[in-house]
Every structure is written in structure tokens, then in C-alpha cells.
Design a protein around this ligand. Structure first.
Ligand SMILES: Cc1cc2nc3c(=O)[nH]c(=O)nc-3n(C[C@H](O)[C@H](O)[C@H](O)COP(=O)(O)OP(=O)(O)OC[C@H]3O[C@@H](n4cnc5c(N)ncnc54)[C@H](O)[C@@H]3O)c2cc1C
Length: 472
């Protein structure tokens, strides 16, 4: 039995676990990442960054390397396949970045290695016990003693189950399949560029859908198809080639010739949220804490932002710099965000019509969605840009994201590359805490504020510069 001691064990090297490990390593926290798979599978369930995810990666200087691995920039998002524009938001990234999940993982793992942390592959967490001082984790022949354990181990999380954590929600009725299909030649009528999701999804009969997205390689397409009213008995059964062929024929006609199905996997419209994200010294993040139908492309984005919220708080706790209750705000803030996403996904599911009345409702909703204010509201939901964490301060900026803007030192986002706090101030001000970087700037995105104290995850803590609520 190999024995190890570390500060934090992250179980799972998906996008959430890798982002969290990066955040912890940046803060100098000794971190071990356990991953049960021996090698990355190359499967790419998710294909996009929403605008807020692009912003948070930019806060760490990670966006350029993600862009290098992306294959499309899509001008809009969608809500139940009704287009929503991000143009009304004050953001430098009003687009979806088309990037396969495997590339997100590769980019994050590369950065993690640069920070000196290597993923321990082929190590499946099987059990743990926690006490007042730490957690003892078993993964095969490896036993690790850590101060904290974070379960980033996906929708069927071992960590969540071992906690006996209720995973509350709705068992859906439908299901879908996603597959990456290489064709012998471009199928008739197939789009060659991903311009908008709304041009990609068709429905031949009520409740059914087929969506298609051209990927980076010629003639390689993501095909997603499903039925909102029916599901197979076994949701984990292997996808058959007949199923994929049927969907391809339905979308492109019988002439479309498949050369290879790279991978195929099922998903459901179950919707569940963990009752708690923290039990003692064990926390949950990403799909381990929430699952939902992949409507609007939000799941991976939620996970990366969970990690961004948790990393600096956990580091502050470990360094005895956290004000009492700081770590608890992770659950308070992020569970509400996930609940809101589950809610908007449920609304999107309801807008996929199965009856004539629902068709009429969808048509009416589509008209409403064209109104500027409705567009803004819907795009705020799916993009992550509308997130507003509760604070005690009444100024409208408090609890919202800092829109990126030019300061004399460059874009404000660059001030956060080390994972630090930033005080943006119009007048010379001493640092209120050693953790805070002070940046003087003649302008702020909120004209009626003289200063903005901004958390390491880019959310405005307050307009007073007071740190006591957060840091000791
Ligand atoms: C078909 C489909 C399409 C999707 N499309 C989108 C989209 O367009 N946009 C979007 O944002 N999201 C999308 N999603 C959701 C997105 O894929 C997930 O939200 C995302 O993968 C969650 O990341 P994660 O790191 O939390 O979990 P996972 O990606 O599931 O990673 C968990 C990791 O933990 C490992 N693991 C599991 N158990 C253990 C253990 N006991 N010990 C050690 N390691 C373990 C696993 O091997 C895995 O590597 C889609 C999902 C599906 C199914």
C-alpha cells in the first residue's frame, strides 16, 4: 500500500477537477488529482464555452490556449433552439467558443503539468473516511491523507454516493444520443460551418430531434438525436450502429454514407441537484453536484465556474485567511446557480413541442424571444453573464461579474492572472489586505462607484474596499 499526505484530493480529472486543481495549484495548495481512467478517452460530450466561461478563463490567462484548440466561434446561443444574441451584454466575449471537451481537458491538464501537478491516472477513489482534522482516501493500493476531498467525479459520483447525499430532482421521460460520425463525403445539405445552433436542429415528428454540428475535421459531424417522450429500458446500454444510421438517414436521406462512428453515448433528461455541496471536509463540484439535459450547452460551463468559485475559498481556508463561513458561501452561491440552470433547462424541455398546443406555445414564445428585453434575459441565463451572488451591499454592482475594461495597466482581466483579489480605485488607496492588489484607474464600469473590490473569481465583493467579511 502506497501512503501519501497532501492538502487536497480532487477525485476526477474531467473539466471541473482539472480547473479546480489548477486554481488550487495557483494558490500554492498541495493537490493530488485522482482519475480512474488510465488515459483520456478523447470523448467530447460538451462542445462549447459560454461567454462567462471565456471570461473566467481569461482571468487566468487561459483563454488564448483554449482558442488555439477551438474550431468555431458562434455568434449566438440558443434557448430551446431559439436563437439568443449575447450582443446586449457588456462583455469582450459575446460568442460561444466551439471547443471539444477533450481539448478543454487537454489544455487544462497541460497547464496543470506546468504548475507541477500530474494527474494520477488509473487511480479510482473507492472509499474515504473523514474526521475532524482531515479525510483518508483509498484508491486501490494508494491511501492518501488530506485536509479536504473534492468529488469532481461526474454524474454517478462515488464521493456523492458515499456521503449518502440526496440527489434530488426529476426523473425525465426522454433520452438522447450523441455521436461523432465521419462521413465518406459531405452529406447532402449538411452545413460545413457551425454558425448557429438554430440552423442545425430539425424535428421530423413531435418530441423528436436531430441536431448536427460540423467539427474540425472535414466530413466529421456531431450528431445528437433523441426523443423527449421515450427512453430505452437501459439508459446505459451501448448505442447501436442501427440507431446512428437511422438518425443519419432521417436527417440527410439514405445517400449519406458513414465511414466511421468515432464514439456514441446516451444522455437523459433527468434533472438532479445534490442537497448539499459540503459535508465536513468533503465537497462536491461539477456533474457530481448537478445533472441535467444538455439544453443550451451549460453543464461543462457550470462545472468550470464551480471550480473557479471553490478554488480560492478552499485555499483561503487552508491558509487560515478565510473569514468565518467563507467556505460555506461556495454551496450558497453555486447551488443556487445550478438550481437556476436546472430551472431554465426544464423550461427549454417544455418548449420542445409534443402536442399542437405546445407547438402554438413555442411559436408564441419565439415571437416573444425576439423582443430585446426577453433576448437579454434569456441570453443572460444560458451565458452565465447574469449570475448575481447575494451580498449585504445594496449597490447594484455588488455580487455581479466585473465587466472587463481597459485600465492604465491593460485589461482589468490581466490583473487576476495570479488568482488574487483586486481593488480597482479611482484615487490612491492603500491595500486593505496583503492579498489584495491595488490598481488605480481613472474610470470604472460603474460611474457612481469610486472603488470596486473584486474577488479572485471576478465577482465584485463590494464598492467600499472592506475585506473583513471575506478575509482575516
Ligand atoms: C451528450 C452530452 C452533450 C453535452 N453537451 C454539452 C455542451 O454542449 N455544453 C456543456 O457545457 N456541457 C455539455 N454537456 C455536459 C458536460 O459534458 C458535463 O457537464 C461535464 O463533462 C462535467 O464535467 P465534470 O468534470 O464535472 O464531470 P466529468 O466530465 O464526468 O468528469 C468526471 C471524471 O471523474 C472520473 N471519475 C469518476 N469516478 C471516479 C472515481 N471514483 N475516482 C477517480 N476518478 C473518477 C471520470 O473518469 C471522469 O474523468 C454534455 C453532456 C452530454 C452527456
Amino acid at each position: 500500500m502506497e501512503e501519501l499526505t497532501t492538502e487536497v484530493v480532487v477525485a476526477g480529472a474531467g473539466p471541473t477537477g482539472l480547473m479546480l486543481a489548477n486554481e488550487l495549484a495557483l494558490a500554492g495548495v498541495d493537490t493530488s488529482v485522482l482519475e480512474r481512467m488510465h488515459a483520456r478517452t478523447g470523448l467530447s460530450k460538451a462542445l462549447n464555452f459560454q461567454p462567462r466561461t471565456a471570461e473566467v478563463l481569461d482571468l487566468r490567462g487561459l483563454l488564448p490556449r483554449a482558442k488555439d484548440r477551438s474550431f468555431a466561434t458562434v455568434a449566438d446561443g440558443h434557448f430551446a433552439v431559439i436563437p439568443v444574441s449575447y450582443a446586449g451584454w457588456d462583455t469582450r466575449h459575446p460568442y460561444q467558443l466551439g471547443i471539444p471537451q477533450a481539448e478543454v481537458e487537454a489544455a487544462l491538464e497541460e497547464r496543470l503539468a506546468e504548475q507541477g501537478v500530474r494527474v494520477r491516472r488509473g487511480h479510482e477513489l473507492t472509499s474515504f473516511v473523514q474526521d475532524a482534522d482531515g479525510v483518508t482516501i483509498t484508491a486501490g493500493e494508494l491511501r492518501i491523507r488530506a485536509k479536504y476531498l473534492v468529488g469532481c467525479d461526474g454524474g454517478r459520483s462515488t464521493v456523492r454516493k458515499a456521503l449518502n447525499m440526496p440527489f434530488e430532482g426529476i426523473e425525465g421521460q426522454g433520452h438522447g444520443v450523441s455521436a461523432d460520425v465521419l462521413f465518406k463525403a459531405t452529406p447532402p445539405g449538411a452545413p460545413t460551418q457551425w454558425r448557429s445552433m438554430t440552423n442545425m436542429v430539425t424535428s421530423q415528428s413531435p418530441g423528436k430531434f436531430v441536431g448536427v454540428i460540423p467539427l474540425a475535421e472535414p466530413n466529421l459531424y456531431r450528431i445528437s438525436f433523441g426523443d423527449r417522450l421515450n427512453r430505452p429500458e437501459n439508459l446505459h446500454a451501448e448505442v447501436t450502429s442501427e440507431e446512428v444510421e437511422r438518425a443519419v438517414a432521417e436527417r440527410f436521406g439514405p445517400e449519406a454514407q458513414i465511414a466511421e462512428v468515432r464514439w456514441a453515448s446516451r444522455f437523459s433528461d433527468d434533472s438532479r441537484l445534490a442537497a448539499n455541496y459540503k459535508v465536513g471536509r468533503v465537497l462536491l463540484a461539477g456533474d457530481a453536484a448537478h445533472i441535467h439535459f444538455p439544453a443550451g450547452g451549460q453543464g461543462l460551463n457550470l462545472g468550470i465556474q464551480d471550480a473557479m468559485n471553490l478554488g480560492w475559498k478552499l485555499a483561503a481556508e487552508l491558509r487560515n485567511r478565510a473569514a468565518p463561513g467563507l467556505l460555506d458561501t461556495y454551496e450558497q452561491e453555486r447551488r443556487q446557480v445550478a438550481a437556476d440552470v436546472l430551472h431554465n433547462v426544464a423550461a427549454q424541455n417544455a418548449l420542445i413541442p409534443t402536442t399542437p398546443n405546445q407547438l402554438a406555445l413555442r411559436a408564441l414564445f419565439r415571437d416573444l424571444a425576439a423582443l430585446d428585453q426577453v433576448q437579454h434575459h434569456l441570453s443572460g441565463l444560458v451565458s452565465g453573464l447574469a449570475i448575481h451572488y447575494a451580498t449585504t451591499e445594496s449597490h447594484p454592482a455588488a455580487g455581479t461579474r466585473l465587466p472587463d475594461f481597459q485600465t492604465p495597466q491593460g485589461y482589468a482581466s490581466t490583473l487576476f492572472h495570479k488568482g488574487n483579489w483586486v481593488l480597482l480605485t479611482k484615487t490612491p488607496t492603500p491595500a486593505p489586505h496583503p492579498e489584495v492588489l491595488v490598481a488605480q484607474t481613472p474610470n470604472l464600469p460603474y460611474p457612481n462607484a469610486e472603488k470596486l473590490l473584486v474577488r479572485p473569481d471576478g465577482y465584485i465583493a463590494n464598492t467600499t474596499g472592506e475585506t473583513k467579511t471575506w478575509l482575516t
